[in-house]
Design a protein around this ligand. Structure first.
Ligand code: GDP
Length: 304
């Protein structure tokens, strides 16, 4: 919870302050109230559809009609926001799927710069801290420096890594890594992948090939395919996400750089439009700045 406090400062000063300004003008619940509310939500990247859903659900809310003061209104809005987030993903699993036995394999996909490498570094440290044996696969062989960057994290975290030469076939790295993970009894294997979205067909084929290799070696692998999205890119993150969803079977989202945006409403938009659970959020550059996503902590962190 403390992490959410610190990491959401910008959004609190943006989205949160906007809500407070909106509430400061509160006289009574009328058409203008809902118009202003919708504008405020859209400005905060909640997305048009989610803004309308929230507004509609508030129109039916008796407690809002009876609200006496700003605090009453604020409480109802915040509670509805958490509920809508939860409803959008009713029954969905927000924790990571782990293998029943043998290595759990997690693939990370997303465009360059979204924060894949950093997220892997953070998550590896977290699993290592839980006493797990972690192996990294540097399967982004195309971007210059990607392997080196992951090696730095591996060293810092004290975990092992499998690499390949620059521009080599990423599938070969994946094969080496999954073979090693099985043979040497690793608990988790994290696979970093290339983030070239310019050529969708290529990317699709590449990811499919990696998945085939993983599944051949470990039948239920990959256990997760996490799409890493940069929250500071706002609605662009959504567009990217849709493309990746068409490219491969994504099982969850890691939303990075939430600390860098004043429009934290993007979390609600992602939830609503992608029907994918946000599993983790990045709240800074440090190794400890990764949190399991929790809608309640998030929304209360925004508006407290
Ligand atoms: P990749 O190309 O997807 O592997 O992206 P990187 O992991 O290299 O991250 C790109 C930049 O974003 C780096 O400077 C990271 O330090 C930074 N970054 C990643 N996650 C976060 C985060 O949650 N918050 C902040 N503030 N910066 C982040």
């Amino acid at each position: 919870e403390k992490k959410y406090d610190q990491g959401l400062e910008k959004s609190r000063n943006g989205f949160g302050a906007r809500l407070n300004r909106f509430l400061a003008n509160f006289r009574h619940v009328d058409e203008d109230f809902f118009d202003d509310l919708e504008d405020m939500l859209i400005e905060s990247d909640v997305g048009y559809e989610m803004a309308m859903k929230l507004s509609d659900s508030l129109r039916e809310e008796v407690r809002l009609q009876n609200a006496k003061n700003k605090q009453d209104v604020s409480n109802v809005i915040i509670e509805k926001m958490v509920n809508l987030y939860d409803e959008a993903g009713a029954g969905e699993q927000t924790t990571l799927t782990m293998a029943d036995q043998g290595p759990t394999v997690i693939m990370f996909v997303g465009v360059n710069g979204a924060g894949k490498t950093t997220t892997i570094g953070k998550m590896a440290a977290r699993f290592k801290g839980q006493g797990k044996r972690v192996l990294l696969a540097a399967a982004d062989t195309f971007r210059a420096g990607a392997t080196e960057q992951l090696e730095v994290w591996a060293q810092r975290d004290g975990v092992d890594i499998v690499t390949g030469p620059e521009n080599s076939d990423p599938a070969a790295v994946v094969f080496d890594a999954v073979t090693k993970a099985k043979k040497d009894n690793y608990d988790v294997l994290f696979v970093d992948t290339a983030g070239r979205l310019q050529n969708k067909v290529n990317l699709m084929n590449e990811l499919a090939k990696m998945k085939r290799i993983l599944t051949r070696e470990i039948p239920d692998a990959p256990h997760e395919v996490l799409l890493v999205l940069d929250a500071t890119t706002g609605q662009n993150a959504l567009t990217q996400a849709k493309l990746f969803k068409e490219t491969t079977d994504v099982t969850g989202i890691v939303l990075t750089k939430l600390d860098g945006t004043a429009r934290g409403g993007i979390v609600l938009a992602i939830r609503n439009e992608l029907h994918l659970p946000v599993k983790f959020v990045g709240l800074g550059e440090k190794v400890s700045d990764l949190e399991e996503f929790n809608a309640q902590d998030f929304v209360y962190g925004l508006f407290k």
